[in-house]
Design a protein. Structure first.
Length: 100
């Protein structure tokens, strides 16, 4: 696989995670204020992660580095963090009543 194809694939995967995180943040934002206060750390962490993802996606769109190993390791670690935070946020979301 060519480097540009790899960068495009990583960009698409990060965009997919960005979408998932955005959906959870949006659902959490509709919660009553008291419930949001209970989830403040999760929500804040997701907002920070979302910003980092946007920066990474923009970087992949504008330049695909020729020396990939350091970037690859950082992105691999970021994927693990994203998955972990997503699972925590999804669990927290289901632990609260959003009043349907």
């Amino acid at each position: 696989m060519e480097l540009k194809d790899y960068c495009r694939n990583v960009e698409m995967e990060l965009t997919n995670w960005k979408s998932k995180l955005y959906d959870i943040i949006r659902k959490m934002d509709t919660a009553p204020t008291g419930e949001k206060e209970k989830m403040y750390e999760e929500i804040n962490g997701l907002h920070i992660l979302l910003t980092e993802l946007e920066d990474r996606i923009d970087g992949l769109r504008t330049s695909c580095p020729t020396e990939w190993q350091p970037e690859h390791e950082e992105i691999k670690g970021k994927f693990e963090e994203i998955k972990s935070r997503y699972q925590e946020a999804a669990k927290a979301k289901f632990d609260y009543d959003f009043g349907g």
